[in-house]
Design a protein. Structure first.
Ligand SMILES: NC(=O)c1ccc[n+]([C@@H]2O[C@H](COP(=O)([O-])OP(=O)(O)OC[C@H]3O[C@@H](n4cnc5c(N)ncnc54)[C@H](O)[C@@H]3O)[C@@H](O)[C@H]2O)c1
Length: 404
């Protein structure tokens, strides 16, 4: 069978944390999903840091490396590209990829502002290329199961939601001032980072958000400088030269869902923080309906809390482990209790991207989803400024949950 597999040439732009995770996902794909008949071939990787190009070739297994990402896009052997650069480059690279006719899998948030993401959307639509976004938390089997519970009415009418994506990755005051804290390089702070994931998740599960009231706060206003590509935002630098933090560490919003949302009429609150002490990567949400409720937390990714029904002696939450039948669980493990990990979510994401690329399904999150999430985040920033509710313009072609 091996010689019948369809080979897909992969280009990688930026070999940081996400570049590594995307590469591992492509490599794992034929192992996890042999039935797809897809074999990614790692053709060329680019990074401006020479040691990362070497790492891409020597360790990740790319055939060629370059310091200039344009060479990846010009390479005729490259069919699809992973764009894992810092945020300020997403739009420039994704637009160039679309113009070169390459399907792209781009990390969130895509643009620094909704307008930049919309420019990528226009380029992808004009070129007719497939896009996929790094909204990985969608793919957790427990989350996919929750989506099914909402869609089949098990929770009744959705009334309200609560979500908080709290991490400690910047809780150290001398945590390095990576590109993430500089507005021209990242755009917003925790909004574009963790809140983008949370907004995408609730839109995927409950439906489009139509209106927000937001609030933001910067807890640490300066941090020690870090040279690009030298370390990640997890690095701590003692006695370094300090520079200002230009975006928010914490954000909160109240939301109202749109009339065409599956959960129309529902309201809720969403929070995100990159400086919390205690939660390590506590990315959680709760969804409440008239017949039941669910809770999920990424720190316990393989389980969910479910309460269905309003009567009986055992009323209340039950802990349910993800198991075969939940999302893509059975592609990874044969039985419940053997846990999947973060990198596995990227394997599922690679599957959805490449299935869309070869035209067998359209289960990938796409550039319209990124525009939609970015509009919600932009409205939150405007609301934090104006101290009034802001409406969010609807986006066509998303994979948000909508009424049938
Ligand atoms: N989906 C997720 O869960 C998730 C998690 C982390 C990061 N991200 C996103 O992934 C993206 C990358 O984040 P990261 O943590 O991997 O960053 P990182 O800092 O680890 O890596 C960024 C890389 O980009 C390289 N680079 C800089 N300028 C370049 C250029 N002109 N051409 C090519 N390469 C260049 C740097 O040298 C570095 O190797 C960001 O957009 C971030 O928001 C997503």
């Amino acid at each position: 069978m091996a010689n019948q597999k369809r080979e897909i040439g992969v280009g990688l732009i930026s070999v940081g944390w996400m570049g590594k995770v995307h590469s591992r996902a492509y490599q794992a794909l034929p192992v996890v999903y042999p039935e797809l008949g897809i074999k990614p071939r790692l053709v060329m990787a680019a990074d401006t840091a020479p040691d990362r190009v070497e790492y891409a070739k020597d360790v990740l297994g790319y055939e060629q490396g370059t310091l200039d990402y344009h060479e990846v896009l010009a390479n005729p052997e490259v069919d699809v590209v992973s764009i894992c650069a810092p945020n300020f480059l997403h739009a420039e690279i994704a637009i160039a990829a679309a113009k070169a006719g390459k399907a792209f899998w781009v990390e969130k948030p895509v643009g620094r502002l909704a307008e930049e993401t919309e420019a990528v959307q226009a380029a992808a639509q004009a070129a007719g290329v497939v896009s996929s976004i790094g909204f990985n938390y969608r793919h957790a089997p427990a989350v996919e199961h929750i989506k099914q519970l909402i869609a089949d009415g098990s929770l009744g009418r959705i009334t309200n939601i609560r979500g908080s994506f709290f991490a400690d990755y910047s809780s150290e005051p001398n945590g390095a001032l990576s590109w993430r804290f500089v507005r021209s390089l990242a755009g917003s702070g925790v909004l574009g980072d963790l809140m983008g994931h949370l907004v995408d998740l609730v839109q995927y599960l409950v439906g489009p958000i139509a209106e927000v009231s937001g609030m933001t706060k910067t807890v640490y206003t300066e941090r020690p400088k870090l040279e690009m590509g030298k370390a990640t935002h997890f690095a701590v630098i003692e006695n370094g030269e300090m520079a200002p933090v230009e975006n928010e560490d914490y954000a909160a919003m109240m939301v109202r869902f749109a009339d065409d949302a599956l959960g129309a009429g529902a309201v809720g609150t969403l929070e995100a923080s990159r400086v919390s002490v205690g939660p390590r990567a506590s990315y959680n949400f709760e969804i409440y309906g008239t017949e039941g409720s669910v809770k999920w937390d990424f720190e316990r990714m393989n389980e969910l809390q479910v309460a269905i029904g309003r009567h009986g002696a055992h009323l209340g939450y039950q802990r349910v482990m993800a198991s075969p039948g939940f999302g893509d669980f059975s592609a990874f493990q044969p039985g419940a209790g053997t846990s999947m990990g973060y990198d596995d979510l990227k394997v599922v994401e690679a599957r959805k991207f490449l299935e869309a690329f070869v035209g067998v399904s359209a289960r990938n999150s796409n550039i319209n989803d990124a525009v939609s999430a970015n509009r919600v985040l932009g409205a939150t920033e405007r609301s934090a400024e104006s101290r009034t509710w802001e409406s969010v313009a609807a986006v066509d072609g998303t994979t948000a949950a909508k009424r049938p």
